[in-house]
Design a protein around this ligand. Sequence first.
Ligand SMILES: NC(=O)c1ccc[n+]([C@@H]2O[C@H](COP(=O)([O-])OP(=O)(O)OC[C@H]3O[C@@H](n4cnc5c(N)ncnc54)[C@H](OP(=O)(O)O)[C@@H]3O)[C@@H](O)[C@H]2O)c1
Length: 256
Amino acid sequence: MSGLRVVVTGATGRMGGAVVEAAAERGHEVVAVTETAPMDVPDVDETFAGSDLRAALEDADVLVDFTVPEASLDYVSTAAEAGVPCVVGTTGFGEEGTSRLREASGRVPVLKAANFARGVQALLRAVHAAVDALPGYDIELTETHHNGKRDAPSGTALTVLDEIDDARGDDPERVYGREGEQPREDGEVGVHVRRAGDVRGEHEVLLAGNEEVLTLAHRAESRGVWAAGSLDAAEWLVGRTPGYYGFGDVLGGERT
Ligand SMILES: NC(=O)c1ccc[n+]([C@@H]2O[C@H](COP(=O)([O-])OP(=O)(O)OC[C@H]3O[C@@H](n4cnc5c(N)ncnc54)[C@H](OP(=O)(O)O)[C@@H]3O)[C@@H](O)[C@H]2O)c1
């Protein structure tokens, strides 16, 4: 589907820039929204400051947001008032932020995903199957991202951890890093976070027991993979009824 009017918030950010570029390549009309004064953003038809979001949303088909939780909640609530569907890629909302997104989804379709890579959807399924098949094995999760990432663990790591809980049917203790005298307790899930350089995003789940180790891992090679997924989601979302959707809905599965 081409020719949508797509409003991209956080247009000068790492992800916003990738979305602008990908949307222009797909033949969409791109409206860039930046936090302060409109800046010169390549591949863009119109630019607006965040404070003028209402004007930017005029005749818009969909909003795609990769910013920070506080900005995202403001943008989504303005879009909901204007009747514009929202694709939210921002992570780190916490419970209150998530419930505000759900509230907005009573008025417009809102699609939120911590990871718009198709490979991560496959990883979630693989993790579920592995945990199911290997009861009692120790589980450790490690994620690595660039040094500018704010939230930790990543939204994707939290989604993978929820998937592990779901597969085990319990609520295992999550142990974030270890230091000093800290032997592993039965059933706990270790979580390890690394921040370095410009690593796009890596997630690895390790299952060990029975004198064997299984690792399941995903690595994003470029931000283009998430930009493409978010636009697939945006194209899918236009014309839907209000509700809270995930990327799995776009791909025909049930997850995130
Ligand atoms: N779902 C996924 O697949 C996926 C993939 C990668 C990253 N992410 C998430 O996407 C988000 C953005 O990541 P990024 O690497 O693009 O970050 P980034 O490069 O730091 O960009 C964030 C942008 O948000 C805008 N912004 C920041 N503070 C703001 C404020 N107070 N008010 C309004 N706008 C503000 C700024 O853009 P302007 O000045 O243009 O407004 C900034 O450039 C993060 O939450 C990250 O975890 C999600």
